[in-house]
Design a protein around this ligand. Sequence first.
Ligand code: SAM
Length: 260
Amino acid sequence: TSFGYKQVREEEKSKLVGNVFSSVASSYDLMNDVMSVGLHRLWKGRLISKLNPFPGMKHLDVAGGTGDVAFRVLERIKSVGHRAMQGTLTETEEDTHIYVCDINPNMLNVGKKRAAERGHSEEHCLSWIQGDAEALSFEDGSMDGYTIAFGIRNVTHIEKALSEAYRVLKRGGRFLCLELSHVDVPVFKDIYDVYSFSVIPTIGELVAGDRQSYQYLVESIRRFPNQEKFAQMIQEAGFQRVEYENLVGGVVAIHSGLKL
Ligand code: SAM
């Protein structure tokens, strides 16, 4: 039956996603820089600006892997707090808590190591939690912010992840998603196709020694709903004021929504 077929495909997908990220965990950060020619840093910066983190906030970064987004949130909060309080930690600042949730323990371990390297090992405000975006272990209405960067594309049931995001956010909380999306600019689209179908798997092979995983990543970008469709899904999960911003002609998009 088509249902049976779908089941198998979904199981395969989960397994495949697991394998991909186990095999790329150690070379993950390098690959990000190489494949996006460093642009992912700017994109994440833009994501953080939109989030506008504040001292005392409870923030959840899902598919947070190596902590790249979480560190930026934390560093932004500290810089905001320090500007106001001239270097002393305020009570509100100490209430700040950032949770990094990822399904893959290898990615979390790389993140913990990086936290130590960045001088965040003694932070009580960072937690690393293994978990599935589709079934979060956090309480209803417990978060001020939710981010997911380059993660939702890998989730088996996107709607479940979105409804979980909605559930864990407080009223007034913001949902933000940074994801590789669809380019719809003539000529640039053709260049991007060549880049993603030929160049990315080749870089994957040369830098990470793993062509297949990167081929999978490219295919998953193609299968992911386009900007409009994804915005609609976010709305269907209950979010309001849903909007998106394309970066580099839609190579990536940042979707946002509020739980009101
Ligand atoms: N957010 C990080 C960044 O932008 O650098 C990591 C992105 S990485 C491309 C995707 C991450 O999603 C991996 O760490 C993977 O383990 C995680 N992931 C995949 N499926 C997931 C799921 N269902 N729930 C939580 N995390 C998941």
